[in-house]
Every structure is written in structure tokens, then in C-alpha cells.
Design a binder for this molecule. Sequence first.
Ligand SMILES: Nc1ncnc2c1ncn2[C@@H]1O[C@H](COP(=O)(O)OP(=O)(O)OP(=O)(O)O)[C@@H](O)[C@H]1O
Length: 254
Amino acid sequence: MADMVLETRDLTVQFGGHVAVDRISTGFRAGELTAIVGPNGAGKTTYFNLISGQIAATRGRVLLEGRNITRKPASIRTRMGLGRGFQLTNLFPDLTVYENVRLVVQAHQRKGGRLLRLADSDGHMRDMTHQALEQVQMRAQADKPVSELPHGDQRKLEVAMLIAMDPKVYMFDEPTAGMSPDDAPVVLDLIARLSQDRSKCILLVEHKMDVIGALADRIIVLHNGALVADGAPQDVMASAIVQEAYMGRAQANV
Ligand SMILES: Nc1ncnc2c1ncn2[C@@H]1O[C@H](COP(=O)(O)OP(=O)(O)OP(=O)(O)O)[C@@H](O)[C@H]1O
């Protein structure tokens, strides 16, 4: 699958006797936003954890731009361009909003090698930090310590930090969970704009059907750890397997 940015092949993880992700083989292209859906416990977050390297696979492989990254630690995968939304626990609460984003910009610049270092002036990094904050409409909070931010702003800050990394693959796990009705559209608009960038590959775990309908180019459905449906949103949502597996109806045919 030459044009795939990210691929999983036969990817499987077993916890004791329980297979949480079951032989998932699929690929994700640049310029495509794929929503990953399925009922609670279907294996969505575990699949994300396997891709980003938070947990090790029992079997199978993860490929990033054709390179086998299955045994690489999460930090290396991040440096190679796999961008998973930061968790609140990754924020430095005593530093300001600006400082948190700036740290990510600095780390990103360092990985770029000599060419980028030439452009690596203080001013350049300041501009990039402000741009990332601008995108989530948080310039006004730049000097606030993170510990003083309301929850919704902390989640927006996570997205700003992800953007500052400029990854090839964006992985969002319920990006608007716990956000106020004011904050959620800011993040969703931003994801919509990112998805216009044909060089970016975006994966989105999401429960809200209206969000999926507005953003997704493609939906994959997980059920009991396995990939049970894959296709264009209107086709997948209308399919019998989704009506059964995702909408929680009779599961005889799954
Ligand atoms: N570290 C672990 N040890 C044992 N079982 C686990 C572990 N992580 C996940 N599981 C199990 O794997 C299954 C899949 O969980 P996962 O969190 O990936 O589902 P999900 O689709 O993300 O669900 P939700 O929509 O509720 O977040 C569940 O049965 C869960 O209990």
C-alpha cells in the first residue's frame, strides 16, 4: 500500500485471555480524515495506544511511511511524525500557556537538524508559538499559568501543542470531550482546517455522530477489537453491521 502514510498489519493485543485489538489490517492516506467509531470497549483507544506506542503489540506491525515502527518507543514515533493529542497530564501546570507551547516548538526545531537550526532564532520560535496559540484563539491567555486555565482551555492548549509539532499524522481521541459549547467549535473548526491540508493524515476517535458527519472522509468501525466496517460515512452509517454493532442493536450478524 504505497500511498499509505500509516498502516497497521494484523495488529493485535491480548490482555490475559482478552483480545482487545484483533488483527486490524488497514492503512491511512495523506489528505484523509478517518473517524474510528464503535461501542464502548470496542478497542478504539487501545488501537490508538498501539499505534502511538503507549502499549506493545502482541502480534502484527505498525508502519509509518513504510517504515516498521512496531518496536520503537512512543517518543521516537513522535519524533518521526506521529502526533497524538497531548493528555492533560503532559502539561506543565506551573509554566505559562506560552511556555508550554514554546517547549514543544523548541523540541520540534531541534529535531530538524542543521537547516532548521539556521532559522532557529528566538524570533522565529516566538512567531511559531504565537501562531499555534492563535489557531486555538488563545493569544490572550499566553501569560497565564496553565494551572489557572479552565478545563476547556487546557484541552485547547493540548491541540495548540500538537499543531506546534507539525506532525504527519494527527491522532485525536475525543478532542472535545468535557469542553463547553463555546470551546468545542473552536477545536472542531481547527480540525476541519487541518483536514484541508492534503499532506496531513488525521485519525479521530469520536462518539458524536454530528461531529463525524461534519468532518470525516471515511469511517472505520471496531467491534470486539476487530475492524468490522470501512468506507464513506454515508455508506458505513447506513450499513447493517453499523446499525447492529454501533447502534447497539441485535449483534447476531457481527
Ligand atoms: N491495560 C489493559 N488491561 C486489560 N484490559 C484492557 C486494558 N486496556 C484496555 N483493556 C480492555 O480492552 C477493551 C477495549 O478497551 P478500549 O478502552 O480500547 O475501548 P474503547 O473502544 O476505547 O472504549 P470507550 O469508547 O469506552 O473509550 C476493553 O474491554 C478494556 O477493558
